[in-house]
Design a protein around this ligand. Structure first.
Ligand code: GDP
Ligand code: MG
Length: 239
């Protein structure tokens, strides 16, 4: 049975074989999370002991953490599952590999709590952002960004619609059916619009230090399928 986590901010972290990143991540989370915040690890059947490590380190460090095994499920759908368990008024999504550093959490939350934005994105493409990954990866993400603008011109004002580090008010996802394929859950949330104000803050997107990326050819095909599904949705339901 689902148990409720009545906390004001729920940080949803999808994981797949990230055991080596759990301790370094939690050490940083400990520095930056506030009271009434909690962490939800949505893990897709990792075989390296990620879930056990998260449970253990969470208790050792006194971080309120809920660990969910989603079974075999991709990143986007794992995040949706995490939304179902989260009881925070504000939901944050971030990666487990420290490419998304917890030091930006407060700014994301402030954008909602203090400035009343509906969605706040840790953006790779605004003034002040630093992106440390390889030139090829940069070209791919800029390419994806422009494909998104071609398919969904209304998103043009958003510099990083495919970001993976963001916060939103719970109401933004209330009542919308999210059916992501693969990684790009924010894009789907932006297209199935239930928001008015979006803020992008600059952040430093670090290189992964431990473990490996799960992005492969299969993921790229999933992104294409997801884009096509969203294009059809946008064409038939929104336009
Ligand atoms: N639950 C779940 N998490 C995943 C899956 N694939 C990747 N992740 C997690 O999603 C985050 C981003 O994945 P990563 O491979 O680092 O993507 P990249 O940063 O784009 O290279 C990491 O925390 C991964 O462990 C998946 O299939 N299911
Ligand atoms: Mg990563």
């Amino acid at each position: 049975m689902k148990s409720a986590c009545y906390k004001s901010v729920s940080i949803i972290i999808p994981t797949l074989n990230e055991k080596d990143n759990i301790k370094p991540l939690f050490l940083e989370l400990k520095r930056y999370i506030r009271s009434k915040w909690n962490v939800i690890i949505v893990d897709s059947n990792s075989m390296d002991g990620t879930r056990e490590e998260a449970q253990k380190v969470g208790i050792l460090m006194g971080i309120p953490v809920k660990v969910i095994n989603t079974g075999k499920l991709d990143l986007g759908n794992s995040v949706v599952k995490g939304f179902g368990y989260a009881k925070g008024k504000i939901l944050v999504v971030m990666d487990a590999d420290l490419q998304h550093h917890p030091k930006f959490l407060q700014q994301l939350v402030n954008g909602i709590e203090k400035l009343n934005f509906d969605i706040v994105i840790a953006s790779r493409f605004v003034r002040g952002s630093v992106v440390e990954f390889s030139a090829i990866r940069k070209i791919k993400s800029i390419g994806l960004r422009y494909i998104i603008y071609l398919l969904f011109p209304k998103l043009f004002r958003i510099k990083d619609p495919a970001a993976g580090f963001f916060a939103l008010k719970r109401g933004v996802i209330k009542g919308i059916a999210l059916k992501p394929i693969g990684f790009k859950i924010l894009l789907e949330i932006l297209i199935k619009r239930r928001y008015k104000r979006v803020l992008e803050i600059p952040f430093v997107f670090k290189e992964r230090v431990k473990g490996e990326t799960k992005v492969n050819k299969k993921q790229i095909i999933k992104i294409i399928k997801h884009l096509l599904n969203l294009f059809m949705y946008n064409y038939f339901y929104v336009s």
